[in-house]
Ligand binder design. Sequence first.
Ligand code: GDP
Length: 331
Amino acid sequence: MPEPAPEGLADERADELAVLVAAARTCRPRAVARLISIVENGSPALRGLMSRLAPDTGRAHVIGVTGAPGVGKSTTTATLIAAYRARGLRVGVLAFDPSSPFTGGALLGDRVRMQQHALDDQVYIRSMAARGHLGGLSVAAPQAVRVLDAAGCDVVLLETVGVGQSEVEVAGTADSTLVLLAPGMGDGIQAAKAGVLEIGDIFVVNKADRDGTQSLIRELRTMIAMADRDAAAWKPPIVRTVASREEGIDDLVATLDKHRAHAEADGSWQRRRLERARSEVESLTLLLLRRRMHDDHRTVLDDLAEAVRDGRVDSFTAADRVLGDVTDPKA
Ligand code: GDP
């Protein structure tokens, strides 16, 4: 039976979307690429796409990979892909660079793809910007994850390129977040700023072939021990790796499995996903509200602004009226 046309799409566009979604489910890379472009550009088909994908999502283990530039994220991602492929799993990678105005280009994901996994159709790698996207990367990231999840990826790796608040937000889209550190990168833990340490489920001390590894691990242990947490709560472990020689990667994969098992058992897996869904819906609601206010209800806003300026209406009453007007389903 044909699926009904998603709201806001002409019939032939809806058909095209259905074909693309079906192709993406069988992991056809070009179909996946086109669907991610719909997310990236925030194109009008996005709403219909999300409603089609919703029933097929929630299965993939989403893993955030974050840390300062040069710490070894790209190398670690490449070795993780290989480790998961060796288990026969399908892997998706999204590399985000919120600070970059470019899309595609010479971002990390492309480099990784060039190296090892170019011919493997069970691996999908994509660099992403979110230029046209309403709400930017923090709203686009969970949508792009849904595309890969629905395309049958068992694991989705989210890699961030820069360091800052948006990276923390993107990494926060993950079920398990890896924070990478390396010895000899300035002032150790201090180098990892912007709340990155708080979001780590697993700390990876990469470049463990270098001097300073032990003291970095000691510093990290002290910091983890100081954090206030329940006795039963997950205590972020430290994994040593030499990603360039694929050392420690099996241990990292095993630790990721343990984190998943622990989070599923104590309910934090579902709680975190609920929290993420809540904040996604909240962001989207506010964005849609703002867009409607500016696009469709401009005159109401203009009239009320004039009334407030002239002292005929107070600003709270005006805000209530705008809200009523913008959210009125009959409007
Ligand atoms: P990113 O910017 O965090 O993605 O870092 P890259 O993965 O591009 O790695 C930066 C540099 O560190 C590259 O030259 C890697 O070959 C090198 N590198 C990565 N992992 C290791 C490691 O474990 N030991 C050493 N010595 N070098 C590494």
